[in-house]
Design a protein around this ligand. Structure first.
Ligand SMILES: [Zn+2]
Length: 157
């Protein structure tokens, strides 16, 4: 079996992606970077209170992997909170539960996560052009309803 990319399924992208402690001069500010799937792990486990098994299923990863992602996320948040570091949320190997695509003729359609992983779209379903591109989630580049805010860099991975 070939090695598959480790796409984790994510239902939610935080709108606020940067947290900074008050009263720390920029020159002295240290930063810790939380990936989008680490944020999702915290959200499912600690905010929604789901069992680890269910969290893992929701993210399309094994329970062991989920435990590792969650542990890493908690460690980073604790480090930021107790050592006064800023937190940046970005990057990672994730796909949204639904990803919107657009072709060069401006047709748009949604592709579910499962399809993206097994058979990513090659053509526009309306006009069959192969010139298609995914629209990025809000807060992480070009996205639907991203409030016009753009992060530097396009692809989150
Ligand atoms: Zn089209």
């Amino acid at each position: 079996m070939g090695r598959q990319p480790l796409w984790r399924r994510v239902d939610f992208i935080p709108q606020i992606t940067y947290f900074k402690p008050a009263g720390v001069p920029l020159a002295h500010l240290k930063e810790t970077c939380l990936s989008v799937e680490e944020a999702e792990a915290i959200r499912l486990k600690d905010l929604e209170g789901l069992e680890q098994e269910e969290c893992a299923q929701r993210m399309n990863i094994s329970r062991t992997t989920f435990a590792r992602v969650l542990g890493s996320a908690r460690q980073k948040m604790a480090d930021a909170l107790l050592n006064g570091k800023a937190i940046r949320i970005e990057g990672g190997n994730f796909e949204m539960a639904l990803r919107r695509f657009r072709c060069l003729n401006e047709h748009e359609w949604d592709v579910p996560f499962e399809t993206l992983i097994t058979a990513p779209p090659q053509f526009c379903p309306t006009c069959n052009t192969p010139s298609i591109m995914p629209l990025w989630p809000p807060g992480l580049g070009r996205g639907r309803g991203g409030r016009g805010r753009r992060r530097r860099g396009g692809r989150p991975w």
